[in-house]
Design a binder for this molecule. Structure first.
Ligand code: ATP
Ligand code: LTN
Length: 339
């Protein structure tokens, strides 16, 4: 049976990249096997955060995931810090990973470079071992994420394999479930289409928030950077040569469930492509906005969902952690005084 695990940080708002690259697939596949979706609040602590805001955004992210269509009857939605086994296993994996392999992680290099490596939190460096713990605790077979998380998943597989090899088969080695190129795997910044759409870094104009006003979505897309080509074949899907146009095609295709190369055939002018893309995005996001408003009015209901999610996730995580602890040679509690 498939076991799915994925996580999202409760940082800022969710953008179109998060939605099209990951969350949309969580919703589509939530009934395939057993699914665990996690608001990874501990990962959010790797950069300085205001405590009240972190708390608010953690519930806000859960609300948003429910608004996007996660059904608490179909999947297990919970908050990472509500299941303490995550940090318990992370330590064992920190003692499995090497400094060298963590130092090679591009996300660490990029994020640490911003504030200066000396000032980066140690947690930013060990972030991938906590992510590996998230996944391995649930014996996940599949991990749906965007392309930017591929390197972290490779590390997770390496750590699982190494641990199993040294101490015995404890962990399932997970498969990445990254959408194919052009299917939301990597939505690019509208102003700088050679870098990924991101909530940290990048301009506000380059990013579409899930709750941006329709007029704002239209304006941002109408100002998206394209290129100077004109002529009958100017609208075509070619991410290397035409990153801006291809990004719009990818967004339009993802929003309408089509193929970006095929979608291209329907347009000749960039203006028409932009108008169609904006209309499709606004239409796709409309029900999310409405559902969010309803759910937001009932925070206790969201908290109940999260509590139930943690109650179901906890025993699964505890069973794996107990096996990992025993395999690595930690004395099981309660046996010390037995003769
Ligand atoms: P930041 O943009 O600040 O680096 P993030 O959005 O990458 O943060 P998360 O919120 O943890 O970080 O990402 C949640 C999911 O969204 C992950 O599966 C990630 O791969 C995916 N994702 C993030 N950005 C994009 C993007 N531009 N295109 C497609 N998927 C993305
Ligand atoms: N690092 C991921 C978020 C994340 C995650 C996970 C994704 C934390 N733990 C486990 C999948 C599985 C990111 O998207 N930035």
């Amino acid at each position: 049976m498939t076991r799915v695990f994925s996580g999202i940080q409760p940082t800022g708002g969710v953008h179109l990249g998060n939605y099209l690259g990951a969350v949309r697939y969580w919703v589509e596949d939530q009934r395939d096997g057993e699914t665990f979706y996690c608001v990874v609040d501990l990962h959010a602590l790797t950069v300085p955060r205001d405590p009240a805001e972190l708390c608010r955004q953690t519930r806000g992210m859960a609300t948003l995931l429910l608004a996007a269509g996660l059904d608490p009857e179909a999947c297990n939605l919970f908050v990472q810090s509500h299941v303490p086994e995550h940090t318990g296993l992370a330590w064992l994996l920190e003692c499995t990973a090497s400094m060298g392999e963590l130092a090679r992680m591009t996300q660490f290099k990029d994020k640490a470079a911003k504030g200066g490596e000396e000032a980066a939190r140690v947690g930013l460096f060990t972030y991938p071992t906590l992510m590996a713990a998230d996944i391995l605790l649930y014996q996940a077979t599949h991990v749906p994420v965007g392309e930017d998380q591929r390197q972290h998943l490779e590390l997770t597989r390496d750590l699982a394999g190494r641990f199993n090899h040294r101490y015995g088969e404890v962990f399932t080695v997970p498969e990445p479930a990254i959408p194919p190129a052009g299917r939301g795997a990597r939505i690019m910044d509208l102003q700088e289409p050679t870098r990924k759409m991101s909530k940290s870094g990048g301009s506000d104009q380059g990013m579409i928030g899930l709750f941006d006003d329709p007029a704002v979505v239209e304006r941002k897309i109408s100002r998206a950077v394209t290129d100077a080509e004109s002529g009958p074949d100017a609208v075509r899907f070619d991410p290397d040569a035409k990153p801006g146009v291809s990004n719009l095609l990818q967004i339009l295709a993802a929003a309408t469930g089509a193929d970006p190369a095929e979608v291209a055939g329907a347009y000749r002018r960039y203006g028409d492509l932009k108008a169609a893309t904006a209309a499709a995005v606004v239409e796709m996001l409309r029900p999310l906005r409405a559902a969010y408003q309803d759910l937001e009015a009932d925070p206790a209901g969201v908290d109940r969902v999260l509590r139930r999610g943690a109650e179901r996730a906890g025993p699964v995580a505890a069973a794996t952690l107990a096996r990992a602890r025993e395999a690595i040679g930690l004395l099981p509690p309660g046996t010390a005084y037995q003769s």
